[in-house]
Ligand binder design. Structure first.
Ligand code: C2E
Ligand code: CA
Ligand code: CA
Length: 733
């Protein structure tokens, strides 16, 4: 369309120029031969060029050319070539025959070269006359012309003779050459027998492409802008907050920071999530506090437990590491005879007693002191024994006194014992509680386990020394504990290797038949040192070895009896028993096995129990004792007078003989016979026989005899001795 327009524009220019010349009296006059200077005065090279034509022809009505000029390439006017004129002549004739009344425009193909040609009848200026001839204006559509139009229209094209009248532009071909898109299209030049063949992309196409690209660019930028916008909004409203959420979650996970709260900005879903998380957090914290409280407190008394004590100890130690002048003390209290209360009055009374004592401890200590009950279900390992000692009563308390030196702690402990001793009224009974206390400085250089152990050692020493004592820890106790540990191992070895011995001490009734029998006593020499039974029997009891030791003594005594009874048929032997032999083994079976093995009558064997055993373990003992009595064996009550047995209790037990403890016999030398008299009276009242122990002098013997005692055991008669020596001793009597 643009090429057509450009050519039509040129056509219009030529047409209007031609109308000027063809409707002009001068031209009519020229055709009629009256205007000789017509050519020269009107057509110079310059004027023709200005008319945008290359040739001008004027013919008469019969098509005879009378003017036929051509503009040369140099710009001068000359005659049209004969060749061209000949070619045009048929066309002139055709026009004459048509006798056109108006102008007629056409594209002519002369020797395959296109010319634009406008024909017009020549009339006078007023257009009153009929046509007197024809005038033609031609324009060569040469390469130069085509190039100019190509430039103006911005379209690469060529002209071609019309093959068919194609009305519309048709894209004929689209090919790709050097990756440039080429189009070939054709269109007919309006009403003219020529076609425009458009080849290759138009500049317009480029512009379109640029436009498209620009549009695409703008669209892309718009999209990018919106994306950035959306991102910014998302970021501000969601992503940044999610990031913050996640960071807080990390902090909670890694630092275990339970104070974290998730931020709340408004009322959206994330805020909802925050609220839920915060609620959850608060609940977890609350539960945590509950758990922490439970973990650090004794459920029965509400005071701290072992864990709390350990934690506080650690804190105190850390502090005194920074400030070495701050001394703190740990105090351990164990109730004396608490088991009696538990067994005798029931566990609920025991629990109440523990609660009351916990309260007394609390009132007596300052806010920053730690008061704890060391649970009965917890096991404590003692340095003195590889075995763990489980305190079922849970009657052990600890007080961590901060900024208190050991001497001040001792004052506190004395006050504590006095407070404890105030009677507790429960179930109609007035209970008086006593305790044993061990104290140790909470030194920063020790581990907390070592501190507790030291306090424990001091407390055990207090127990050992008797009830209601306070003992300050000293390195000596640790040495003692070490010795205990060493002895325990050695004792086990001695037992396994048969290094223990049994010695015998005679029991004599001087006025009624002489030697009655003997008591079997264990003897152990370790590293050539005599270890007194009081020491190693205690170790054997706490470690449980006493069961094995007891069986050994029983078997030795049985063998000795069998041997000696061949010569002294009525000889008896008594054997000492421990509580654990009742609890940890089938004592009835052991005893009857011994009697069978050595073929002994049951009354040859006597079994000694201490009074304190009866007092503390009544329930454990009674049933088994009755079964043993059924076998035919009799019981002796050892160390009588040192325990707290009531007559009622004594009556309940199957006891044949009371052994008066040496501590009551010795004072007889000074004339002090109060206790012995009482004991002998009790024995007689209960219908029990009596043996006086530890008789060392003539005086003691005669006084005891006066008071009605007839059987004796003591150095005055004989010391404990090995079986061989006993045999000799017996023979010498
Ligand atoms: P116990 O059953 O009271 O034994 C009597 C203790 O008094 C013996 O001490 C004996 O040597 C000592 N003794 C006897 N007469 C006199 C005297 O005139 N003067 C003095 N100063 N002491 C006298 P030992 O042998 O050292 O035994 C101490 C305790 O060890 C015994 O006291 C007994 O409770 C315990 N024991 C000894 N052997 C065994 C045993 O095989 N099994 C058990 N469970 N305990 C044993
Ligand atoms: Ca004894
Ligand atoms: Ca005794």
């Amino acid at each position: 369309m643009r090429v057509t327009l450009a050519i039509e524009q040129d056509t219009a220019v030529i047409e209007s120029m031609l109308s000027d010349y063809a409707r002009w009296d001068d031209t009519v006059a020229f055709i009629q031969g009256n205007k000789a200077d017509y050519l020269t005065s009107n057509f110079t090279g310059e004027s023709v060029a200005n008319l945008h034509v290359t040739s001008v022809v004027i013919t008469k009505l019969d098509a005879t050319p009378i003017l036929k000029l051509t503009l040369s390439s140099e710009g001068t006017i000359g005659d049209m070539s004969a060749d061209m004129l000949n070619t045009l002549t048929p066309y002139f004739k055709h026009i004459s025959q048509l006798a056109i009344k108006e102008k007629l425009t056409s594209v002519l193909w002369l020797n395959n070269k296109p010319f634009l040609m406008v024909a017009s009848p020549v009339t006078d200026t007023a257009r009153k006359q009929t046509a007197s001839g024809y005038m033609y204006a031609l324009r060569r559509l040469d390469d130069q012309y085509i190039k100019r139009i190509q430039k103006t229209a911005s379209i690469p094209f060529t002209l071609q003779p019309a093959v068919a009248r194609i009305k519309q532009m048709v894209i004929v071909k689209q090919s790709e050459e050097n990756s440039v898109k080429r189009w070939t299209a054709s269109a007919s030049l309006t009403n003219l027998p020529a076609e425009i063949i458009v080849g290759g992309p138009t500049r317009l196409l480029n512009e379109r492409r640029i436009t498209y690209w620009t549009l695409a660019g703008i669209a892309a930028s718009l999209v990018a802008f919106s994306l950035v916008g959306i991102y910014l909004i998302l970021n501000r409203r969601i992503l940044r907050r999610l990031h913050e959420f996640s960071q807080l979650a990390d902090r909670h996970r890694i630092d275990k920071d339970s104070s974290i709260r998730w931020p709340i900005q408004g009322k959206d879903e994330l805020d909802n999530l925050s609220t839920s998380l915060n609620d959850l957090m608060a609940e977890v914290n609350a539960r945590h506090q509950d758990l922490n409280f439970l973990a650090e407190h004794d459920p029965l008394t509400g005071i701290g437990n072992r864990r709390q004590l350990h934690n506080r100890l650690e804190a105190v130690q850390n502090r005194s590491r920074r400030q070495p002048s701050l001394a703190s003390s740990l105090l351990l209290l164990d109730l004396d005879g608490f088991k009696l209360i538990n067994d005798g009055l029931g566990h609920s009374v025991g629990d109440k007693v523990l609660q009351i004592i916990a309260n007394r401890l609390l009132t007596l200590s300052r806010n920053y002191d730690t008061v704890a009950r060391l649970g009965g279900d917890e096991a404590t390992t003692h340095l003195g024994g590889s075995k763990t000692v489980t305190r079922l009563g849970g009657d052990e308390f600890a007080v961590l006194l901060e900024d208190t030196t050991p001497p001040h702690a001792t004052l506190y402990a004395e006050r504590l014992l006095r407070t404890l001793e105030q009677p507790i009224e429960l179930e109609g009974q007035n209970l008086i509680i006593r305790g044993s206390i061990g104290i140790t400085p909470a030194e920063a250089s020790l581990t907390k386990e070592e501190i507790v152990r030291n306090a424990d050692l001091a407390m055990y020493e207090a127990k050992r020394r008797g009830k209601g004592q306070i003992v300050m820890f000293s390195v000596g106790l640790l040495d003692k504990a070490h010795r205990r540990m060493q002895l325990e191992q050695a004792l086990q070895h001695a037992m396994n290797s048969n290094l223990l011995e049994v010695w015998y001490q005679p029991i004599i009734a001087p006025h009624s038949g002489g030697v009655v029998g003997m008591e079997a006593l264990s003897r152990w020499t370790f590293n050539e040192n005599y270890i007194p039974p009081d020491e190693f029997i205690g170790i054997a009891e706490t470690s449980g070895m006493i069961v094995q030791l007891g069986r050994f003594v029983l078997d030795q005594a049985g063998a000795a009896l069998k041997d000696l009874r061949a010569e002294y048929p009525n000889l008896q032997c008594s054997v000492n028993l421990s509580v654990r032999q009742f609890r940890d083994t089938d004592l009835v079976a052991d005893i009857s096995a011994c009697l069978h093995k050595h073929n002994l009558p049951a009354d040859a064997l006597k079994l000694e129990l201490t009074e304190s055993m009866l007092a503390e373990h009544e329930e454990d003992l009674l049933a088994t004792m009755l079964n043993i009595v059924k076998l035919g064996c009799k019981f002796y009550l050892d160390d009588f007078g040192t325990g707290y047995s009531s007559l009622d209790r004594l009556r309940r037990f199957p006891i044949e003989v009371l052994k008066i403890d040496r501590s009551f016999v010795t004072p007889l030398g000074n004339g002090d016979d109060v206790m012995v008299r009482n004991i002998i009276n009790i024995g007689h009242e209960l219908g029990m026989k009596l043996i006086a122990e530890g008789v060392e002098t003539e005086t003691e013997l005669s006084r005891l005899t006066e008071l009605g005692c007839i059987q004796f055991q003591g150095y005055y008669f004989a010391k404990p001795m090995p079986l061989e020596d006993l045999r000799i001793w017996l023979a010498s009597q």
